[in-house]
Design a protein around this ligand. Structure first.
Ligand code: PLP
Length: 428
């Protein structure tokens, strides 16, 4: 276990620095080729869903109400897949749409419809001007693809701090009350990407009830990790749709989710859930885009997952593959960086990521050192709007895809880079 580097005098630090330089030279000599960037399921996780491929026999193409799933139509998606996911996504089945294979695509489409037409009951299109662009609140650290969507649609991003229990609500409330340009906010309410933070009931209540200067404000509620538990604790979040309705803001949340990290990441089912008015708003616009979703895929998901217990059992099998990798990251970080005073990391109870904070102004250096040693890390800054982390300290670790041995090797190497970058910085 290293000593607290921040408490050493210059001489002691120099000695440590020499030691880490040597460790880094050894790391370079190992000629590693490892990757901690990919937040995607490992092949063994995909193998859990191989049964999906044969879940429908040749004659099995009718849904419970007799719909021939092979044909066009049924824009809301099959009733039985919506019923299966209603509880997990906390959206009544009749207010849930099952469409396409990617929730990110549904976020993209919702945003583009809002920009083009405005939202249900809203005053008009979300087209800002150069002087006064539409703005979104972005809890940071956050998911880079949310930020890319804002970039794509010319939406200004206003970072707000993400605490362990969700976004800093005092900051959020003040901003949304004062600025009518703020039309939306990204939220990953459970096991967030990348910190693993889960929003407390109080935070959800405040998001549902807060006064917003924009009458057409929307929460983009990306519940991507609703069932992705890594411990015995089945973490639950408050029901945002119900709380918003109770508060007189029924149209505030757009709920998104998918089976990308439940079944097959490239061939899952995605969901949009909201108020009846918002569902009609979406369906009307989707009708120009498609003559119906892939109901065959939805039907085979129903056959394969069966019911809520079938889904929960399936997620336990994922956990048995994923949790040991998270544990390995934790063990190695603890052993190499615990007590060093130059790194902190999250201990998520679910989801796909661990967030590592290093000394200020060191993240880009760590990522560069790791790259040169053959360890790919998500670019420093990616967890912040515009790719700019003002403190240059946050690094996202994604341990699901590599093998457990690769995870150990990669994190060990990263730790060497963290220690080297820290002594460089402290000696400046
Ligand atoms: N939302 C979050 C928070 C994610 O982390 C990811 C993938 O990493 C996605 C959405 C992508 O979801 P989908 O595969 O349904 O498009």
């Amino acid at each position: 276990m290293p000593v607290d580097l921040t408490e050493l005098n210059a001489e002691e630090l120099s000695a440590r620095h020499e030691e880490y330089l040597k460790a880094y030279a050894d790391l370079l000599n190992e000629g590693l080729s490892l990757d901690l960037t990919r937040g995607k399921p490992a092949p063994e996780q995909l193998d859990l869903s191989t049964g999906l491929l044969g879940a429908l026999g040749e004659d099995d193409y009718r849904s419970a109400d007799g719909t021939d799933c092979r044909n066009y139509g049924g824009p809301r998606g099959l009733a039985e897949i919506r019923e299966l996911f209603a509880g997990f996504l906390q959206v009544p089945a009749e207010q849930l749409v099952a469409a396409g294979n990617s929730s990110l695509a549904l976020m993209h489409d919702s945003l583009s419809y809002a920009v083009l037409d405005g939202v249900a009951g809203g005053p008009g299109p979300w087209r800002g001007t150069t002087d006064a662009p539409v703005a979104f609140l972005c809890p940071v650290p956050g998911y880079d693809r949310h930020f890319s969507l804002c970039d794509r649609f010319g939406i200004e991003m206003i970072p707000v701090p993400l605490n362990d229990d969700g976004p800093d609500m005092a900051v959020v409330e003040e901003l949304v009350a004062a600025d009518p340009r703020i039309k939306g906010m990204w939220c990953v309410p459970k096991y967030s990407n990348p910190t693993g933070a889960t929003y407390s009931p109080e935070v959800v209540r405040r998001l549902a009830t807060m006064e917003t200067a924009a009458p057409d404000f929307r929460l983009f509620w990306d519940n991507a990790y609703a069932v992705h538990h890594l411990t015995d604790e089945t973490v639950e979040i408050a029901d945002v749709l119900a709380l918003c309705a109770e508060a007189g803001n029924p149209d505030r949340p757009f709920v998104f989710g998918s089976t990308s990290k439940i079944t097959l990441a490239g061939a899952g089912v995605a969901f949009f859930g909201s108020s009846p008015a918002n569902v009609e708003w979406l369906l009307k616009r989707m009708s120009y885009r498609t003559i119906g979703p892939d109901k065959v895929n939805q039907l085979r998901h129903v056959r394969f997952l069966r019911d809520a217990e079938g889904l929960a059992a399936h997620m336990r099998r994922h956990r048995s593959i994923v949790a040991p990798k998270f544990e390995a990251v934790r063990e190695v970080l603890e052993e190499t960086l615990g007590g060093s005073g130059v790194a902190e990391w999250t201990r998520p109870k679910g989801g796909y990521f661990i967030s590592l904070d290093v000394l200020d102004d060191c993240a880009a250096r760590v990522v560069r050192l790791a790259k040169d040693a053959g360890i790919a890390l998500t670019p420093a800054g990616a967890t912040h709007p515009g790719g700019r982390d003002p403190r240059d300290r946050n690094i996202r670790l994604a341990p699901t895809f590599p093998t457990i041995e690769e995870v150990r090797g990669a994190v060990r190497g990263v730790a060497t880079c963290v220690l080297l970058a820290a002594t460089e910085r402290l000696l400046e």
